[in-house]
Design a protein around this ligand. Structure first.
Ligand code: NAP
Length: 272
């Protein structure tokens, strides 16, 4: 099914992630007339996007037939939103939530429907390069296809069989871009200690990480092979990697702790 035939799609929350998705849908062929943006306090970016594409922008979905509802408000605002929109959705509505930590069961209870997909995108969705983990326990294949088509507008989509895996997706790819940005900060800080000015250090670190990511994107070889390809025996990279790959104090055990902490927090948020 193409996005041309999906609709009306109602997006609740035209913030960073909601707008990223909406931009992707329009770019992928969703007719602007098939989209309704709902945000009681839309940002300048949301207003401009709606104006440019002649997309309806309103504070609530009142009066709209909701075929697909995408929930993109902050988790803290979610239950108030669900209570307010309950009357607009029903068995005719497929619901897709991208809110971190809000379980399918809680959404189903609040909306009185279990036609729900829970998805976790990440911020590269803003440039169509996100990866989204999705789970749906009781939707039809057709619903799953609609959700897949909509979520793919923000990048790649992976479906999982259990909801617990979404907490793990949150910890790996949902929060993951921040880990990479912090890697840039850490590399820049190390560069400053080598005597570079702050702007020089940041330019070196940033270009290294974006360049390495682009190289990995262009080359299907495993990351480990790409690493080995730039590591000559007893060379400079090998000296650094001996530190970074230390089994007790290197990056792998540190990343493991970081990802576990994010997963625990996601589970905690889910319990409310
Ligand atoms: N950003 C990410 O990396 C990321 C990744 C995966 C999932 N998510 C999920 O995506 C959701 C949105 O995150 P975000 O970063 O896009 O947040 P955001 O930029 O704050 O966007 C949320 C938007 O919803 C609006 N809103 C608040 N109450 C509303 C209501 N009653 N009806 C309609 N809109 C309402 C907010 O308006 P105000 O600003 O006026 O409150 C804001 O424009 C969150 O649940 C988050 O867990 C985000």
């Amino acid at each position: 099914m193409s996005l041309k035939d999906i609709g009306p799609v109602v997006l609740i929350g035209a913030g960073k992630m909601g707008l990223a998705l909406a931009r992707g849908w329009i770019a992928a062929g969703l007719p602007p007339a098939s989209l309704v943006l709902c945000d009681p306090n839309p940002s300048e970016a949301a207003r401009l996007f709606a104006f440019e594409h002649r997309i309806a922008l309103q504070s609530t979905p009142d009066g709209v037939f909701v075929h697909v509802l995408v929930l993109a408000v902050k988790p803290q605002a979610m239950f108030e939103v669900l209570a307010a929109i309950k009357g607009s959705v029903g068995r005719h509505s497929l619901i897709i939530s991208i809110a971190a930590g809000i379980a399918l069961g809680k959404l189903a209870e609040a909306l009185g429907s279990d036609r729900i997909v829970r998805a976790m995108p990440n911020t590269p969705a803003q440039i169509g390069r996100g990866i989204t983990g999705a789970v749906a326990l009781s939707v039809s294949d057709a619903d799953r296809q609609i959700a897949d088509d909509l979520l793919k507008a923000a990048g790649d989509v992976m479906w999982f069989g259990t909801e617990a895996q979404i907490d793990a997706v949150t910890a790996v790819s949902g929060s993951g871009p921040a880990y990479v940005f912090h890697l840039v900060e850490a590399l820049a800080a190390a560069a400053e200690r080598q005597g570079f000015t702050a702007p020089e250090a940041m330019r070196l670190a940033r270009a290294t990480v974006t360049g390495a990511a682009a190289l990995m994107d262009a080359d299907p070889l495993p990351a480990s092979t790409l690493r080995e390809n730039v590591t000559s025996p007893k060379g400079t990279t090998a000296a650094a990697l001996a530190v970074l790959m230390d089994i007790d104090t290197g990056l792998a055990p540190l990343m493991d702790r970081a990802v576990s902490a994010a997963r625990l927090r996601s589970e905690e948020l889910g319990r409310g």
